[in-house]
Design a protein around this ligand. Sequence first.
Ligand SMILES: [Zn+2]
Ligand SMILES: [Zn+2]
Length: 313
Amino acid sequence: MTETTDSVHLPVVNIAETGDIILVVGPEQLKLRVESLILKAASKSLCTMFRLNWQEDRESLVLGPPVDILLPEENPTALTCICAILHYRIEMVPQIMSPYDVLKVAITADKYGLVGALTFANQSWLSPLNKAASDLIVLAAAASLFQNTQAFKEITKALVLSHRGSYLTLWSEDAISVLGERIYCLLEEQRGFARLKLEEILLGGTKASSCVHRCGWTSKYAYAYIQLLETQSLWPMDIQSVAESIERANRMPDPIPEERSTECKFGYKHFVPDYRSSYRYKLDNLDSCIGICLNCFLSKQPSAVSCQMTHEH
Ligand SMILES: [Zn+2]
Ligand SMILES: [Zn+2]
């Protein structure tokens, strides 16, 4: 994988064994041997940069040793990853990367116009599964730069569903430099909406059974249901994590009234409510609404928290 050049005695990562250029990356001067043609085909800005570097000595490029291209401001991890993908050296691409490394790759890809070339590679890096909220906000920034609308929605959805406390505890200068502070307002707005909607769905269960003849049938079921919400920690003020509350609601047993109703001549119209089927559809619908729309977010549309449309690309 690495070799030592005679001229500078520093290790070279051979992404392309016979590459014609060596990218000297970052202050630590990591050296990446790559094929200029591949990078030029993928990135217009790199194409321009290489052209400027080589105008004076085109012949040495063809016949001589690889030419050094100095990139002192770039991140070595990010550029190694990007060059490995572009050269189909998949074994050199880490399967698991920290959210901060993913963001560094995204920032570098965005800078050199390489986002499109990394479309398939970024899918697995942006998965919100088993990520802490502090990592999710960084991944959201990366998803935004990768222009991955699906991942951005899934990541912000995970933040809305699972985070309990203030979003300001997730303050990240790295994320803000990409997303701006507005993202924290939108997350708070959408979580507020999700909690209210969930409360509305759950409290709707008090009206699930009704008899208009004042026999007490409605009241006894409503009271039993209210007591059940309290014991299941699903009363409005108990709802902190939306995801946990939805899970508790789905596991909640049906209420069993302990009070009696009076005799009712319309008793043949009484029925025991089917609570589950009445709110399951609404819970599924709520779940599908959560997540911020990247298209609306980038165009500063207020509908970013409620967009259900499919945008043209
Ligand atoms: Zn009745
Ligand atoms: Zn939208």
